[in-house]
Design a protein around this ligand. Structure first.
Ligand code: DX5
Ligand code: ZN
Length: 218
């Protein structure tokens, strides 16, 4: 796959939260294609992050696509709020959606693109019935909740299966968790075209590293 087609979506989970607006600004200027926003509820995942009001406040800092990853137990109740906060894409987890078809329709009805995420231990079954409502499939390559975890290798096999599943559809394959310059090559070769990366991009002595790190993932 040509590196020109690869979308890099830095996760601000690893950014300096005390300076979040500036971080969004800096990552935009460093060449981020999308901004990945990890929303955690302390219930579906054992961590808490931020909600619609913070997303809304950083919306003014960049024109880049807001890729909102909802790691929450009851996404249906919040779709409208995340749309209004400025999300361009809303991704929900298959594990919490008893009515996935309906949830995807609700997201599409807001005008946002719709994504479905699957945890490392979740299989892809059932997705074949809702492909016409999906814009992207987000493969978790760590158990969601925290940045800086080790990439889980079985994700590679899963990406290949998904690549086959979506071959007749216009669906992106995004990978999230443990992505650095080495694992990026593995997931791109398997068929992923959107790479989320948090700690690899944001960890460093200073912001001058952001551009280099983003470029190294392409
Ligand atoms: C994990 C989040 C990821 C996380 C990735 O629950 O969904 O987006 O920020 O962080 P790294 O790249 O450090 O694994
Ligand atoms: Zn994420």
């Amino acid at each position: 796959m040509s590196s020109q087609n690869i979308i890099i979506a830095p996760s601000v989970l690893s950014a300096d939260f005390s300076n979040l607006g500036q971080e969004v600004n800096d990552i935009d200027e460093a060449g981020a294609d999308w901004i990945h926003l990890d929303v955690m509820d302390g219930h579906f995942v054992p961590n808490l992050t931020f909600g619609p009001s913070i997303i809304s406040s950083i919306r003014k800092k960049t024109k880049k696509c807001f890729d909102t990853h909802l790691m929450i137990s009851n996404p249906d109740e919040y779709i409208e709020q995340y749309k209004n906060a400025g999300s361009d894409i809303i991704t929900v987890h298959k594990e919490v959606c008893g009515h996935l078809d309906k949830t995807l329709s609700s997201i599409k009805n807001t005008g946002c693109k719709a994504g479905v995420s699957i945890n490392p231990g979740t299989d892809i079954s059932g997705l074949e019935y809702v492909l016409d409502k999906i814009d992207l499939i987000l493969v978790m390559s760590v158990n969601p909740g925290f940045g800086g975890q080790k990439f889980i290798n079985s994700s590679i096999q899963k990406i290949k299966k998904i690549k086959e599943l979506v071959q007749n559809f216009n669906i992106d394959i995004e990978v999230d968790g443990g992505i650095d310059d080495k694992t990026a090559t593995l997931v791109k070769n398997a068929g992923a075209n959107i790479l989320v990366s948090g700690s690899f991009i944001f960890s460093g002595e200073n912001k001058s590293i952001y551009k280099e790190r983003i470029a190294s993932l392409r």
